[in-house]
Structures are given as structure tokens and as C-alpha cells.
Design a protein around this ligand. Structure first.
Ligand SMILES: Cc1ncc(COP(=O)(O)O)c(C=O)c1O
Length: 370
């Protein structure tokens, strides 16, 4: 196995991958229309469902795209013509789902609150009562903008009282937090190969109730991101309709094997442990978290930028980057923040090593006001 330099990525994906996932990219060339590749594709499609305990009631479709493509496929394919979608917006990824609805000219109702504010379930229910044309809700599970874990389980319960289906963007929570499709009664859930499942970027997937497939036939708005056609492609030929990113799928297969070996609980515990080390460590240095603790995902934290003339995110980033650690800027929260995520093949030592360098930087740069 080839060893390459191991960088510690604390950005919210693509994350640090294991050496075995990196090496899984190097395979003999194969035409994706061959039976061997079809078998690989089928195993990946089945196993992305198993990650969330989807069993035989759920199916998945994969697309060659980043995660936004999966959101686009779910929104453009699920909402029946003439119906409305309620978008819950408390971060940049909620805003993006609104942009997707706008682009496809799907009527939407927005429940928009400030980035980092917690959704009020009563308000969501009132909207559903007042707007009987709503057939779907789109909500982000882990709002990567702030690190907030939105109450999707409760939102599903409310939605189902009104016969409304829910599209969950679980881009940065899938495989990092235990999600139970059957217990939560999930309708649609979207994620990507390059976040908590710890594969490489290039594949997005939508997992949904098998029983929905027939009704999706009539909702097609997109040619490429059409769930119905993509599913029919898999069903009839076990292939993607269009060219798949062959090597990325081998890496995703390896990442799935590593996930099942670690187990859902093991992955969640490792992430939570890493997050706790960072969360306590940055506060010992003097930094202040942005969110109320009870809303934290324990996958990412937004940290308030110090109010000190010596502070510069760029300088701090460059200092850490030169030492093998990548940190991430903020994204539109009410106050200026930067972000640290624990998405990836990362361990406690990595967190401790990072904190040593961060502490050194703060000392050297003379930052005292947080
Ligand atoms: C919650 C959420 N949704 C959607 C996306 C978009 O994913 P991509 O950049 O892979 O298109 C991201 C990416 O970070 C995300 O965190």
C-alpha cells in the first residue's frame, strides 16, 4: 500500500481519509458496463441504505455529483407538479434548498430564521395547517453553517400528521450520527460520499421509501437528476444511466466496509470524543462557541472570532495549514465565526496535536481578547 502524507482536515468534508480508502482508488481499469462493476454498484446501493437501518423498505439511487446534486434530485423529483414545498431555513444549506426550488420554479413557502436560531415546531405546524397545498418539507439535519442539529425526527412526526413528506439533507450527519430510517419513518434522505462516511468526493445518494417509486414517475423536472429514471436504470441494468466515477465507487465500497467494521455507535463515539476534546480545548485557550451547547451536533463547531486587533483568520489558517491542519472560515452566522469539524478518519491524538499548534499560534500572535 502506498503511504501518502496525512493531513488533518478540520473543514467539514471532504475529510481526512484512511490510507486504505486512498489506496482503494488504485484499481485495474474496468468498463463500468461490466458485470463485475454492476455487482460493486449494487452492493454500494444496498449498503448506503444499511448505514441508516433502511432494510428492504428503502432503496437508494446514486448520482455522479457533489451533495448539492442529491438535494436537487430529491427536491425536483419528489414534489408533485402543482404542489408546494416548505423549506426550513436556518443556515446556508437551507437557503441553498430554497434556491433549488426557485430554479425549478417549484412553489415554496419558507420558514426562515437567523442562521443558528433553533426552529420552532409550533410555527412549522401552523404553516402546515394554513397551507394545505404543501406536500413536502425540506430540512437540513446537521446545518453545517453553524453546527446546529435540527429536530428532524420531530419535524417528520408533525409532517406525517398532515400527509406531508420530508426531504432531509443529511449531508454532514449521515454515518456520523446514528440515524434510523425505519424508526424515524424517514421519507427521503440525501448524503454524499465525502463526509462522515469517509470516502472520496464525487457521489451523492438519495435514500427513500421504496413505496414512493411509482408516484415519482409523474414528477420529473430534471433530465439528469431524475430519481425515477435513475432508479429504473439501476433496476433494469444495475448500472448508472451515465458514466459513473469508477474509482470513487471503489473508494466508497472501502469506506462502507470500514464504517461497518467500526459500527454506527463506534463512529458516533469517535466523532463525539474528538469533538469534546476540541470543544473543551478551544475554550481553555479562550475561544467562545457560537451555539447553545444543547443544539450542537458534536460533529462541527462554529467558534466566535476573537475581537482582537492581532486576530486574522487568514494568518491563523496559514500558520496551521503549514503544520498540516486545515481549519475553515464561517458562513453567514449572525456573528463572525470560524469552524472546526471532526468529519473524517481522525483520532484523539490529532485533536491534541491540533490544540498544541493552535495554542502556539495564539501565543505567538499576541491575541488576548476573545
Ligand atoms: C448540510 C449540507 N448540505 C449540502 C451541502 C452541499 O454539498 P456539496 O458541496 O457536496 O455540493 C453541504 C456541504 O458542505 C452541507 O454541509
Amino acid at each position: 500500500m502506498k503511504e501518502v502524507k496525512r493531513n488533518i482536515l478540520l473543514n467539514p468534508g471532504p475529510g481526512t481519509t484512511s490510507n486504505s480508502v486512498k489506496n482503494a482508488l488504485v484499481v485495474a481499469d474496468i468498463c463500468p458496463r461490466e458485470k463485475d462493476f454492476e455487482n460493486l454498484m449494487s452492493s454500494v446501493r444496498e449498503d448506503v441504505v444499511k448505514v441508516i437501518n433502511g432494510s428492504e423498505d428503502y432503496i437508494s439511487v446514486l448520482f455522479t455529483a457533489s451533495g448539492t446534486g442529491g438535494d436537487e434530485a430529491a427536491i425536483s423529483s419528489a414534489v408533485p407538479l402543482g404542489k408546494k414545498i416548505l423549506i426550513i431555513e436556518n443556515g446556508a444549506y437551507g437557503t441553498r434548498m430554497k434556491e433549488i426550488a426557485k430554479t425549478y420554479k417549484i412553489d415554496y413557502v419558507e420558514y426562515s430564521i437567523a442562521y443558528g436560531d433553533y426552529p420552532d415546531l409550533n410555527k412549522i405546524e401552523t404553516i402546515l395547517t394554513n397551507e394545505p397545498e404543501i406536500s413536502h418539507i425540506a430540512v437540513v439535519h446537521h446545518e453545517t453553517t453553524t453546527g446546529m442539529l435540527n429536530p428532524v425526527k420531530e419535524i417528520i412526526q408533525i409532517a406525517h400528521k398532515y400527509n406531508v413528506e420530508v426531504i432531509i439533507d443529511a449531508m454532514s450527519s449521515y454515518a456520523g450520527i446514528s440515524i434510523d430510517a425505519k424508526e424515524w419513518d424517514i421519507d427521503y434522505i440525501v448524503s454524499t460520499s465525502n463526509k462522515c462516511i469517509q470516502g472520496m468526493a464525487g457521489i451523492t445518494f438519495v435514500i427513500f421509501k421504496k413505496a414512493f417509486i411509482d408516484k415519482l414517475k409523474n414528477n420529473r423536472r430534471s433530465f439528469y437528476f431524475d430519481i425515477y429514471s435513475q432508479y429504473m436504470g439501476f433496476k433494469n441494468s444495475h448500472q448508472m444511466r451515465f458514466t459513473p466515477p469508477v474509482q470513487i465507487i471503489y473508494a466508497l465500497r472501502q469506506a462502507l466496509d470500514e464504517f461497518f467494521e467500526e459500527t454506527t455507535e463506534g463512529r458516533e463515539k469517535r466523532y463525539t470524543d474528538n469533538w469534546n476534546i476540541l470543544y473543551n480545548g478551544v475554550q481553555e485557550i479562550g475561544f467562545k462557541p457560537y451555539l447553545n451547547y444543547k443544539h450542537e451536533s458534536k460533529i462541527l463547531m462554529a467558534i466566535k472570532e476573537p475581537d482582537d486587533i492581532n486576530y486574522s483568520f487568514e494568518n491563523m489558517h496559514d500558520y496551521l495549514y503549514q503544520r498540516g491542519f486545515t481549519i475553515y472560515p464561517g458562513k453567514g452566522a449572525k456573528e463572525a465565526t470560524f469552524r472546526l469539524a471532526v468529519i473524517g478518519d481522525l483520532y484523539k491524538n490529532d485533536m491534541h496535536d491540533f490544540l498544541v499548534e493552535l495554542k502556539n499560534y495564539i501565543k505567538e500572535s499576541g491575541i488576548t481578547q476573545f
